[in-house]
Design a protein around this ligand. Structure first.
Ligand code: AMP
Length: 435
């Protein structure tokens, strides 16, 4: 079988030069199937998740077409729009586009919530080629008259299933209603529930369907094990396992934001450099945590599913499922963080007395059993400082210090109340599907 090069797929030299410099020697399967029809102007339904090279699959043809049809900028307008579910993914796509389009001299803007809108409004005021945005803030800026999508010719809905899970469907419909019907549209989704099917019917016109199913391949490359452990002993197990210095870049998944905060507290107490990333964090804290993790300053990143999905960090040595996810598909996404770009990886799951059914669901989905590990001799946990017991960490930088400063300054609830209210919040979060 001859593997075609990017040039043979029709990608122009100023882009292939960057790809060669990035060691993209060959297109990935999704790039092979997606790039030619996208260059021809076809709509696309892509069933693929991150890790497959899907960003380049849609971004390269769009950048190329924008470059080949350059026009004067129109105030507050963009010619291409990529919608993504989370700020992290939006930033990641923007970084990729900046890189791929390095020699094309185009203007890109990224818009997301949780930060001041001023710089985004200012940047958009002169017009851009490509806009990457999360739906909520974008709709807000459209409603305020700061952004117009009347010039959009290319639209991408990335991780569409996640956007729907996060409750963005109404925002997405309102945004699309402001975009001309004459456009090229691409919808990418890791799964195809009926809601995505309905959205695809609504927004795509005679789409080419491309599908890559890396889950099975990814899952096969990852060593997967499970520890049967009491809920009350999960923290001790985590700290015990982390004594192994081979676990140098570890993502720990928690089902809830508050659970993530509690894990972070225990890690910091044990002197392990760690940070947390979840929906309650400010954008600055999230970026700082992610940067620290990427550059190796932070050894352990504690994350919830919503923000972790799609994050592209190289060389993650281990993924730990501190809580088993409610949806078995999330397990596949989580462990996929440790097998990026062809590498293998190690995933461990902690299954407590309440999670047997979740484990069975996961094993059914991945069609194999996780290796049951004997419980190691658990380390004795250092008691938390009194201030820490009441303190909900903010956790951006992994300093282990309370922001409230003085011991006892927190007005937090006692441990019993905390658990109860947290249980309620966790239940609510589970019901609304947000973490
Ligand atoms: P994505 O699925 O877009 O998140 O891409 C996953 C990872 O694969 C990213 O780190 C990309 O930089 C990398 N990548 C994308 N396309 C290629 C390629 N053709 N060759 C090598 N790496 C690639």
């Amino acid at each position: 079988m001859t593997i075609r090069s990017f040039g043979e797929l029709g990608i122009i030299e100023p882009i292939t030069r960057v790809l060669a410099a990035n060691n993209y020697t060959h297109p990935t399967p999704i790039q092979l199937s997606a790039i030619p029809p996208l260059l021809e102007g076809k709509d696309m339904l892509g069933i693929a998740q991150t890790g497959t090279g899907k960003t380049a699959a849609f971004a390269l043809p769009i950048l190329q077409k924008l470059f080949q049809t350059q026009k004067p900028y129109i105030l507050r307008s963009a010619r291409a729009l990529i919608l993504a579910p989370t700020r992290e993914l939006a930033v990641q796509i923007t970084d990729n586009c900046n890189d791929y389009g390095k020699y094309l001299s185009m203007r890109h803007c990224v818009i997301f919530g949780g930060v001041s809108q001023g710089p985004q409004v200012h940047y958009m005021s002169k017009g851009v080629d490509l806009l990457i945005a999360t739906p909520g803030r974008l709709l807000d800026l459209i409603n305020q008259g700061h952004v117009s999508l009347k010039e959009v010719q290319f639209l991408v809905l990335d991780e569409a299933d996640r956007m729907l899970d996060m409750g963005f469907i109404h925002d997405i419909k309102k945004i699309i209603a402001t975009i001309p019907k004459e456009r090229q549209t691409m919808l990418f989704s890791a799964t195809m529930p009926s809601s995505i099917d309905a959205l695809a019917h609504r927004v795509l016109h005679n789409p080419v369907r491309v599908e890559v199913t890396p889950q099975v391949i990814t899952v096969e490359r990852i060593e997967q094990s499970v520890y049967s452990i009491r809920k009350s002993e999960k923290n001790a197990l985590l700290i015990t396992l982390l004594q192994d210095s081979g676990m140098h870049k570890v993502i720990v998944f928690s089902r809830t934001k508050h659970g993530a905060n509690r894990i972070l507290l225990q890690l910091e107490n044990a002197g392990i450099v760690s940070a947390a990333i979840h929906g309650n964090k400010s954008q600055g804290a999230r970026q700082k945590a992610l940067e620290g993790f990427k550059n190796g300053k932070v050894r352990v990143l504690v994350a919830t599913d919503v923000v972790a999905r799609g994050i592209d960090v190289d060389n993650v040595s281990h993924v730990i499922n501190f809580d088993l996810p409610e949806e078995p598909e999330s397990y596949v996404h989580r462990i996929g963080r440790t097998a990026r770009a062809g590498a293998g990886g190690i995933a461990m799951a902690f299954c407590d007395e309440t999670e047997g059914k979740l484990l069975r669901d996961i094993e059914r989905t991945i069609q194999r059993s996780l290796t049951l590990m004997p419980a190691p001799q658990l380390m004795k946990m250092k008691p938390l400082a009194p201030s820490a017991q009441h303190h909900k960490p903010h956790g951006g930088g992994g300093s282990g210090r309370s922001r409230h400063g003085k011991p006892g300054a927190s007005k937090g609830p006692n441990a019993h109340q905390l658990n109860r209210s947290e249980r309620t919040r966790a239940a609510n979060a589970r019901r609304s599907g947000k973490a």
